[in-house]
Design a binder for this molecule. Structure first.
Ligand code: TK8
Length: 338
C-alpha cells in the first residue's frame, strides 16, 4: 500500500522505479483515479465500477487504482494533478473548470435544466461533446459526465422560505464565478471554498450556509453541521470524468476504446445510483434532524427572476452558437413532452 505522503507527492509507490501509470515489468498499467468524496459515496462506487470494467475489458492489463477521500484534494487540485500527469484519472465538478474553460459556465446557468433527462440529453449530445473537446488544450481528455445533481440550500441559522431570507447569509460557493454572482444577486455574502475544506468551515461557523445535491449533503455528512434544508434546485451540477491527455495519448487506440466504454458503463451506473439515493436521502436527512422545506411556487419565481441577469454574464463566456444550440435542444425536448 502506498503511504499517504507517497500519494500526495506523487512518488513512485512500487519498489521498482516506474512512471506513474506506465507499464511495469509485466506490462501492466496502474493508472490512478483520484476523487474528492468518501469511499462510501456515489463517486467511490462509480470509480470502483469503472476500475473493474477497465480491468475486464483489457484482460487485466490496465488496473486502475482508485484513491478517494480527497487525498489529492478536490476539484481544482484534481484537475491540476491530472493535467500535470500526477494522476491519470479524476472526476470533478464542471463548475470548477470555468476558470480554465469559460464555455463550461453554460452549465452554471440557474434553472437551465428542469429535470435529469434534459441534463442527460444535453451532456451526452453535441453540446456536451463540444464542451469536453475544450479540455484538450489544457492537457485533459473529457470522458463522460456523471451526475452530482440539482443543488439545494442548507443553513445553520434560519430556514429560507422567501427571497428576503437569503439576505446577508454567509454562504460557501464552489470556486466558480457564476455561482458567486448568483448568490451575490440573492443578497448573500458569498465566498468560494474547495469542497474538502467545507465540513470544517461550517463546523467552525465560518459560513452560515452552503448548497449541494441531496446525495452529497448526506454522504459528506453536511447535515451534522447544518440545520435547515430548502429544496431550491437552483442549478444542476454535473461531474466530468477526466484523463491526463499525456497518458491517454500514449495508449493504443484499442485501450482508449476499452476505457471509453468502461466510462460509459460507469456513467449509466452512477446516474442511476445517484438518483436512487437522492430520493432516499431526503428521508435520511430528515431522520438526521434537518428541517426541510420546499419553496412556494411564487417564491421560486421571484428567485429565478432575480437571477435572470446572471445569464447576461454567461452569454459572452459561452458564445452564442453553443447557447442557441442548447436552448434549441431543450425547446425541442419540451415540445415533444408536452
Ligand atoms: C466534490 C465537489 C462537490 C461540489 C462542491 O469534489 O464543491 O460543492 O458539489 O461535490 O465537486
Amino acid at each position: 500500500m502506498p503511504t499517504r505522503r507517497q500519494l500526495l507527492l506523487g512518488l513512485p509507490t512500487l519498489a521498482a522505479p516506474r512512471l506513474a501509470g506506465a507499464a511495469g515489468a509485466a506490462g501492466v498499467l496502474r493508472p490512478r483515479f483520484g476523487y474528492g468524496l468518501a469511499d462510501d459515496s456515489n463517486q467511490g462506487r462509480a470509480a470502483r465500477l469503472f476500475a473493474e470494467e477497465v480491468m475486464r475489458r483489457t484482460d487485466g492489463r490496465i488496473m486502475v487504482e482508485v484513491i478517494g477521500n480527497a487525498i489529492f484534494g478536490t476539484d481544482a487540485k484534481l484537475q491540476a494533478a491530472a493535467a500535470e500527469g500526477k494522476i491519470e484519472f479524476s472526476v470533478t465538478s464542471t463548475a470548477t473548470l470555468v476558470e480554465w474553460i469559460p464555455e463550461f459556465s453554460l452549465l452554471d446557468a440557474p434553472f437551465l435544466f428542469s429535470n435529469p433527462a434534459e441534463a442527460d440529453a444535453v451532456l451526452d449530445g453535441p453540446v456536451g461533446d463540444q464542451l469536453r473537446a475544450k479540455l484538450r488544450p489544457r492537457g485533459l481528455v473529457g470522458l463522460v459526465y456523471w451526475e452530482n445533481g440539482f443543488r439545494n440550500l442548507t443553513t445553520s441559522v434560519r430556514p429560507v422560505r422567501r427571497l428576503e431570507d437569503f439576505q446577508g447569509l454567509r454562504i460557501r460557493v464552489m470556486q466558480n464565478p457564476v455561482a458567486l454572482e448568483t448568490f451575490e444577486r440573492l443578497g448573500t455574502q458569498a465566498r468560494p471554498l474547495a469542497f474538502d475544506k467545507l465540513y470544517d468551515a461550517l463546523r467552525d461557523k465560518e459560513f452560515d450556509a452552503q448548497e449541494n445535491p441531496l446525495a452529497n449533503i448526506l454522504q459528506s455528512r453536511l447535515y451534522e453541521v447544518q440545520k435547515y434544508l430548502t429544496l431550491t434546485r437552483h442549478v444542476y451540477s454535473a461531474w466530468i470524468v477526466i484523463a491526463s491527455a499525456r497518458w491517454w495519448d500514449a495508449l493504443p487506440p484499442a485501450d482508449q476504446k476499452a476505457i471509453m466504454e468502461a466510462a460509459v458503463v460507469s456513467r449509466d451506473f452512477e446516474r442511476a445510483d445517484t438518483r436512487m439515493r437522492s430520493a432516499q436521502a431526503l428521508k435520511d436527512l430528515k431522520a438526521a434532524g434537518l428541517e426541510i422545506n420546499e419553496l412556494s411556487f411564487s417564491e421560486a419565481n421571484r428567485i429565478s427572476n432575480r437571477l435572470n441577469r446572471v445569464y447576461a454574464h454567461i452569454g459572452p463566456r459561452v458564445g452564442l452558437p453553443l447557447l442557441v444550440q442548447t436552448q434549441a435542444q431543450l425547446a425541442e425536448m419540451r415540445e415533444r413532452h408536452r
